[in-house]
Design a binder for this molecule. Sequence first.
Ligand code: IPD
Ligand code: CA
Ligand code: CA
Length: 254
Amino acid sequence: MKKFEFTEKLIKEAGLKLTDFYLEKRKISEKKDEFDLVTQFDFELQDLLIQKIKKEFPQDSIFAEENGMDKIKKWKNKNLWIIDPIDGTVNFIHRIPFFAISIAYYENEEPVFGFVLNPITRELFYAQKEKGAYLNGRRIKASENSELKKSIIMFGISNFDKLNLLNKFNRKVRRMRLFGAAALHSSYVASGYCDAFIVKDIHPWDIAAGYLILKEAGGKITDWSGSEITPFQTEQMIFSNGKVTQEIINIINE
Ligand code: IPD
Ligand code: CA
Ligand code: CA
């Protein structure tokens, strides 16, 4: 089976599992500290995904958030799967239905295809390089809105930075939102639901799929100074429709 079709089937299967886990009792463990959490279901889902990919494509490399390989060097020159079994684990823990499974496939550090599934709303966002972006079979495009005052801007920043940055945007945008799952945030920009997503200090697994989905939907991904960036440059990112990027950069740097 081709990799793209295989992954569509796989993520739907994993989505059903995650829906089953939603109301189950979860065991919560700390990773780095008390703000960095994981559940047994993150591992269970990750194992399922890795096992199935390995069986079908044994030559490929797999990078998954919870398997602890955190070296960008290892990601080079390979047929590489980048997986986040649950993006938005804290939402999942608190039963806030805004979390997703993210699976991306890269060749030589270039995205080939990516899928993001919210198993609760059953929204499946996906894209293939140069073939457009889709939501449940319908073509999606980033919004046409060029006015920040009419924009919904999402944020994904740490507790420390939040207030300062949010203050800067106060009364300059229609609404600010912090939903808490970067894979979905980037997909929300791609589908035109929201106009931009401003984020700091995330990791490639959070947005490996969302990056391509937004690119294929006509959006733009830059750092906070406006330079276009790769999915591996995740320190300061702006995912946008491309039309409000400059205004956002001006405000961030005020
Ligand atoms: C987190 C989410 C969140 C982002 C964090 C990520 P996780 O992923 O994407 O939106 O702000 O930086 O770590 O830990 O739930 O997979
Ligand atoms: Ca994540
Ligand atoms: Ca995760």
